[in-house]
Design a protein around this ligand. Structure first.
Ligand SMILES: Cc1cc2nc3c(=O)[nH]c(=O)nc-3n(C[C@H](O)[C@H](O)[C@H](O)COP(=O)(O)OP(=O)(O)OC[C@H]3O[C@@H](n4cnc5c(N)ncnc54)[C@H](O)[C@@H]3O)c2cc1C
Length: 500
């Protein structure tokens, strides 16, 4: 071991972010090398609403050495093939954002441009009829794509809907079995050194917890990164108007959907996340247009199934810390930032941040150059996600409420505005970096769903023969559909393989 290594860290907070961090540290660094303590307060509890994930979450589970089937059963998880957006583009219209690929390259042309070329030559099959995840979701059928190698669904992908409280419990067991120490207690005060580094956490019972490095997972309270060392919060309220959510859980009354539903509302949107045992629901809204009581009434009038919890109000502000890592504090989860949960990206950002932090892992001095580069990189991820979310709003044709009129005319970032302009003119997708989270199929789906079609297709498609291409596409789409109809329904798949 080199001199000056960090040997002791404290994770403050035991929500999804805290226990995920604990599990990752414990899995990847031997306890003899790094002592990890987590402090949490049952009196405060966790937010417990992050229940929809994206495909990299499965990679995380594998990375932790967790058996996927066991995790699904114990977290009452169900499968998610994408998100269905109702009424976003126009009232009465829906579109689907699938996970995985849409078709496969044809010759040297990417599938979207080949499809665009075929469409301009008379094909009338919608883009999503070539996306295996979209067709599976529409038919409510499910099979693990990796179990169907060589079949028409092998390039689909999936994620999970899960019970947030059960996930925290599962990760806690995983972390404790690998040596993480848990302290139950309320942090009352944070002591700092003269150089501003955090020295210790003082609990209500008077205990002092010292460490060389701290991970702030205290949720919106942001006790260390915000309150103790004063890192500023950059708000994106001028780009994302929603600032509150009402959440309620309901009984399942029908077979669970294999997708998250995001239904646009007059002043925001409503989510429905079906798990094996119940559903999570919520209304994310702009409080300048509708009160908590009105939003609650609206949500309760739309949910399917009897509520099994009291509606909970969650105020939030989309934005991020100016520095996610400052001095000897790394912030994760809600303490580090939050973008409204339209594309279920928050849990992803927790492990994305940790993944990068492991690459930059500092010694006790926490060299500013490391933190600076790390912060730049994570900010890119936040901004990419923020732009992607804004694209769902600003491309709307709705003008029926003040909220939607604002969205239609809203100010957008230069990066998003250039992305839309380049796409409209050439069907090309402006790339922001090599490790983008939302790849071409995601942007194609949102653009197509929100009525944005490029003026021309990429010139490489001119090498294709339009008649042959249309014949081919008219053959593969029904084949995909017919194959999917032979698969088990989502419910049958779960009952056979991973019932809670
Ligand atoms: C409305 C809404 C919907 C969301 N939906 C999704 C989704 O679909 N998908 C997704 O990926 N993410 C979603 N998220 C985000 C997701 O919920 C969070 O990213 C995730 O739960 C992590 O939360 P956390 O651990 O940072 O905070 P919390 O769950 O709030 O945990 C904070 C922890 O800190 C502890 N703590 C706080 N103060 C003290 C103190 N003084 N002393 C001791 N302990 C303390 C608490 O006890 C708790 O253990 C959503 C968020 C919101 C607000």
């Amino acid at each position: 071991m080199q001199n000056n290594e960090i040997k002791k860290i404290i994770i403050a907070g035991g929500g999804t972010a805290g226990w995920l961090a604990a599990a990752l540290f414990a899995t990847h660094i031997p306890k003899e090398r790094l002592e990890v303590t987590l402090i949490e307060s049952e009196e405060i509890g966790t937010i417990g609403v992050g229940e929809s994930t994206i495909p990299p979450f499965l990679g995380l589970i594998r990375n932790l050495g967790i058996n996927e089937q066991d995790f699904i059963q114990k977290c009452h998880a169900s499968f998610k093939l994408g998100i269905k957006f109702d009424d976003w583009y126009k009232n009465g219209e829906s579109y689907f954002h699938p996970f995985g690929q849409i078709g496969s390259n044809i010759g040297n042309t990417d599938f979207y441009n080949a499809w665009l070329f075929a469409t301009q030559n008379g094909l009338d099959t919608p883009l999503q009829d070539f996306a295996p995840a979209s067709v599976m979701a529409r038919e409510n059928r499910f099979m693990l794509p990796n179990r169907a190698n060589g079949s028409p669904i092998s390039n689909a992908a999936y994620a999970l809907h899960l019970d947030a409280k059960l996930v925290a419990k599962y990760l806690r067991n995983h972390a404790e079995e690998r040596g993480v120490k848990r302290v139950e207690g309320m942090i009352e005060r944070v002591e700092t050194h003269e150089n501003g580094f955090v020295k210790s956490l003082i609990t209500k019972r008077g205990e002092t917890l010292d460490a060389e490095f701290f991970v702030d997972c205290t949720g919106f309270r942001a006790l260390l990164i915000g309150k103790a060392i004063g890192v500023e919060y950059i708000s994106w309220a001028d780009e994302l108007l929603c600032d509150r959510a009402i959440a309620v859980q309901t009984e399942n009354i029908s077979e669970p959907d294999a997708f998250t539903t995001s239904a646009a509302q007059d002043f925001g949107w409503r989510w429905q996340i079906p798990l094996q045992s119940r559903s999570g629901n919520g209304y994310v809204f702009a409080s300048q247009f509708i009160s908590d009581d009105e939003a609650t009434a609206k949500l309760l009038s739309q949910v399917k199934g009897k509520p099994i919890t009291d509606p909970m109000t969650v105020p939030f502000q989309s934005g991020m810390r100016k520095e996610i890592w400052a001095k000897n504090v790394l912030s994760l989860g809600l303490a580090s930032g939050f973008i409204e949960p339209l594309e279920s990206t928050a849990i992803h950002l927790v492990y994305r941040t940790l993944d990068f932090f492991f690459r930059y892992f500092p010694d006790k001095n926490c060299d500013e150059a490391l933190a600076r580069d790390f912060n730049r990189r994570i900010a890119d991820d936040y901004i990419e996600i923020k732009d992607f979310i804004v694209a769902h709003y600003c491309l709307t044709m709705r003008e029926d409420t003040e909220f939607w009129r604002w969205c239609k005319n809203q100010k957008i970032s230069q990066s998003l505005s250039e992305k839309i302009e380049v796409f409209k003119k050439s069907a090309a997708l402006r790339e922001t970096g090599p490790e983008e989270l939302f790849r071409a199929p995601s942007w194609y789906s949102i653009f197509e769903g929100m009525g944005v079609r490029p003026a021309r297709y990429n010139f490489l498609a001119d090498a294709l023969d339009a008649k042959d291409l249309i014949l081919f596409l008219n053959k593969i789409s029904p084949e995909l559909n017919d194959f999917i109809k032979t698969l088990p329904t989502l419910k049958q798949f779960i009952e056979k393989n991973c019932k809670a």
